[in-house]
Design a protein around this ligand. Sequence first.
Ligand SMILES: [Mg+2]
Length: 409
Amino acid sequence: MNGSTRSILHLDADAFYASVEQAADSRLRGKAIAVGGTSRGIIASASYPARARGVRTPMPTSQALRLCPELIILPGDFAKYERFSQLLFAYAYDLTPEVEVCSIDEGYLDLTHQRQSPRDSMRWLSQQIESELKITISQGLATNKFCSAVASKLKKPANQIEVPAGEEQAFLGPLPVRWLPGVGTKTEPRYLHAGLLHIQQVATLSLSELEKIAGSSAGSLQQLAQGIDPRPVIPTSPDPKSFGEQETFGVDQTDETYCLAVLRAMVDRLCRKLRATGLAARTITVRVRYRDMEDTMRADSLSEPSPLESDFYPILQPLLRRCWTRSSPLRLVGVRLTNFHTALPEPELPLTGLPQKSTTERLQLADATDQVRRRFGSQAILRGHDLWLQKKRSAGESQGDLHSQPSQK
Ligand SMILES: [Mg+2]
């Protein structure tokens, strides 16, 4: 091993939501169970006995029940999954502070500078989590992030795969091209059509040929295919990730409708950011500051994580009212989204049934709106409260009436 060789571990819990339900209720263990299917009509997580019957994620609940009529379907208890996730990563932090939490159940550990052998650390982590939390994880140990992530996902569940230094390309080579990032259901046919079935072929193709298929990402894609990935493990703080915004008003506010419109516009922007990063949030916190600088915060959570502002709107006004209990004007309002989950990919098959369809349509509408805004600017599509805010702010300017005109940021 030369001095620059790194030891990167990737951990990925197996069937996380379903496993947590089984850990929390021993009667569910060993059975075909699935989580989800309530509001969105899609399976979010399935136990391995359910997978053995063909249940997949994401799959419409109705289809899952046809494949496996005795399937036990549980509504997601996302607060419970978040608690388990914190416990899971607490064991990772016992090994090293160099932990990059990627999602509720996935993360990288940089074990390069550990005294203990990385292999021992990997075994210890599996044993601790299995005996204490009653869930299993799969892990990959390699010299870089990409190889370790692939290794952890290659043979689930409860598996540990080590890719020795120098064998990265040999490890990746025989795998189908869909293991490469950016090669998904939509793009894979392009690779197959060009005769690229295995990662090895992508690794050795001329760059100009690969550019015809992968475009501007051809260079980095080829590097990954060759087992080269210099990305560092970026330790994320153990505090939960969050997106937030706040606005200090130029003149203290007494108008609830105005404050609510400001908050809604903030939630719009934060949800756009969620969708751009493939995330969904469950908890929203509203904060107000009074003229005398006293701060109040109140939080509420959706039963299921969502990337859609329209899911947060209904709880925004009650939250503002629970914060704003004094009959004193506000100097500042702010909003923060926390408890992030990976947004569920949408099923490819058209869904049956109205409630699911409307969720899919709302997501498609949100995506289309995001695209237009990226192309034509944030003012290209305005919601009711945006227009109202614009009017109110420009009226304040033109009349020299500073009341309710927010400070510019
Ligand atoms: Mg997982």
